[in-house]
Ligand binder design. Sequence first.
Ligand SMILES: CC(C)(COP(=O)(O)OP(=O)(O)OC[C@H]1O[C@@H](n2cnc3c(N)ncnc32)[C@H](O)[C@@H]1OP(=O)(O)O)[C@@H](O)C(=O)NCCC(=O)NCCS
Length: 190
Amino acid sequence: MKRPIHFETDRLILRDWREADWAEFWRVTNTPAVMRWLGGVANTEKRAGAQDRLLSYRSEHGHTFWVVERKEDGALLGFCGLKRSNQAGGPIGAMEVGWRLREDAWGQGYAREAATAALDLAFGRFGAQEVIALTVAGNEASWGLMVRLGMERREDLDFDNAEFDPESGRIIVYSIAREAWQAGRVAARA
Ligand SMILES: CC(C)(COP(=O)(O)OP(=O)(O)OC[C@H]1O[C@@H](n2cnc3c(N)ncnc32)[C@H](O)[C@@H]1OP(=O)(O)O)[C@@H](O)C(=O)NCCC(=O)NCCS
């Protein structure tokens, strides 16, 4: 059994999944707006596949895209966390940060707060040297967050994969190295 994750920020908790979370997670996030750049609203089979993958990341690597819970009222806002990149054609095995929040939680800085915690865990507890993030060009909210986190555009790592955006057929990559993340954290505290 890998060490449990329960990581608190000012407003949020990042934690391991409980069986009871899944129904609520899909209820609040399996909507056309949230799933717009993720292949659209997921059917039962896709949802089951996603759950299995999230649990397998946890058992294989000790990290996954964790539940993001709001402290104030215990609401499940979505997920955010770390996996090993596994998209066909991409940088397989690289430490990857990812996020998905319910629509009524957007625009309040929750994603940034959760992603900052995930990057602290990546470079701290999980010892990463570099963390990447993947999205598609149309998903401005997601790559905007990558930019706000100080991640750099990595055109050299972009790859063809039409799973999320059949129109462009391309996944775009951002990354941040350990030193850059730590320097940014020190500057933010100063
Ligand atoms: C990608 C996603 C997580 C980004 O969420 P987000 O809420 O836009 O991101 P942030 O947490 O950085 O919030 C940013 C906004 O909150 C505002 N904000 C309000 N209060 C804030 C606070 N206390 N701290 C920081 N920002 C705050 C910021 O000004 C910013 O607004 P702006 O974009 O108008 O400038 C969200 O759009 C999402 O879940 N999308 C669907 C799933 C998805 O596509 N996932 C990614 C797949 S690659």
